[in-house]
Structure formats: structure tokens, C-alpha cells
Design a binder for this molecule. Structure first.
Ligand code: SF4
Length: 183
């Protein structure tokens, strides 16, 4: 018998693990982000994609502008209340499993725009997995947020999306889990 290390069994010439672990590893290293960028934080995200910071090191060079082929929604910029329903629609069009990264003060809390027209945080309309602080956050911070998303993905069970707790959380946002969506 080989060495057992966190649900992975290593032996001479072989390695065994669970389907959960193998899928999580594949998913966390091949995330397809959908950038929902509306203002200055979006520019910072573009810099993160450029050759200096090179987000493709994390297996994420494939930006998706179709929600149906994306699993990470990156919201970067000010979101007005008028835009809120569009953002929610984009989130609802994404298949499970899906994650959300809120980039910058505006997306996370409305930032300096405490006004009648600006949404005071996207978590008022969709669930957020990781928040990146800053106005704007530097590319290193955005990368840190993405690494934290990867950690979440790596430790997420295939069954989490069917747990009553998850469905209850979506229910609070008035979002239904589509049964036909993936594991
Ligand atoms: S957090 Fe700052 S940099 Fe980012 S969108 Fe808002 S005002 Fe612009």
C-alpha cells in the first residue's frame, strides 16, 4: 500500500484519488472567466490579463463573453441600480458550478458612490464568493482574489450545489437552481 495524503494514495508507478478531488483539480486550473467590467477597475483587470501579470499562468487565458461558457463571473467596476437586473440575468445564465469575484470597492460596496443611482454592493442581488478590496485594486490583488477562488474550487464537493443550504442561499436571492445544470 502506498502513502495516503489528503485523499490521494501515492504508490510506485500509480496514484489514486477520488473523483471529487480529480474534478476539483481540473476545474480550479481551467476556470473560464466572464469579465463584467464597467469602469476603472475593469482597466485594472485588463492590466492583469496583459503580459506583465499574465493571468494565463493560472489556466485562465480564455475569457468568455458568453455566460453559458463561463464559470467565474468577475465584476469589476461601478454597478448602477439600472444595470443590476442585467448583472443578475448574466449570473442566472451561467451554468453550475459558478463562482463570483467582486473586484474593487464599487462592486463590493458601492465605493465612494453613496448615491441614489449606484448599487451598494453586488451581493445585494447575487451571491459573491471572494471580495477584492481597493480603489482600484492592483493586479496583484486581483490575482490574489483569483487564487482564493481556486482554493474554494479545489475544496468544493461535487455535491455542494445540491445541498439544501446552497439552495436556501440562492432562494434568498430569488434565484432558482436549474436541475439540468451540471454537477
Ligand atoms: S473601486 Fe475605484 S477604481 Fe474601481 S470602479 Fe470604483 S472608483 Fe473606479
Amino acid at each position: 500500500m502506498g502513502e495516503i495524503n489528503d485523499k490521494v494514495i501515492n504508490g510506485e508507478g500509480y496514484q489514486l484519488t477520488t473523483l471529487d478531488k480529480a474534478l476539483a483539480l481540473a476545474r480550479s486550473n481551467s476556470i473560464w472567466p466572464l469579465p463584467f467590467a464597467t469602469s476603472c477597475c475593469g482597466i485594472e483587470f485588463m492590466a492583469t490579463m496583459g503580459s506583465n501579470y499574465d493571468l494565463s499562468r493560472f489556466g485562465m487565458e480564455r475569457m468568455s463573453f458568453s455566460p453559458r461558457q463561463a464559470d467565474l463571473l468577475i465584476v469589476a467596476g461601478t454597478i448602477s441600480k439600472k444595470l443590476g437586473p442585467i448583472l443578475k440575468q448574466v449570473y442566472e445564465q451561467m451554468a453550475e458550478p459558478r463562482w463570483v469575484l467582486s473586484v474593487g470597492a464599487c462592486a463590493s460596496s458601492g465605493g465612494i458612490f453613496d448615491t441614489y443611482s449606484v448599487l451598494q454592493g453586488i451581493d445585494r442581488i447575487i451571491p459573491v464568493d471572494v471580495y477584492v478590496p481597493g480603489c482600484p485594486p492592483r493586479p496583484e490583488q486581483i490575482i490574489d482574489g483569483i487564487i482564493n477562488i481556486q482554493k474554494l474550487v479545489q475544496h468544493e464537493s461535487m455535491r455542494r450545489r445540491y445541498e439544501p443550504k446552497y439552495q436556501e442561499m440562492l432562494g434568498k436571492y430569488n434565484i432558482k437552481l436549474n436541475d439540468e445544470q451540471g454537477v
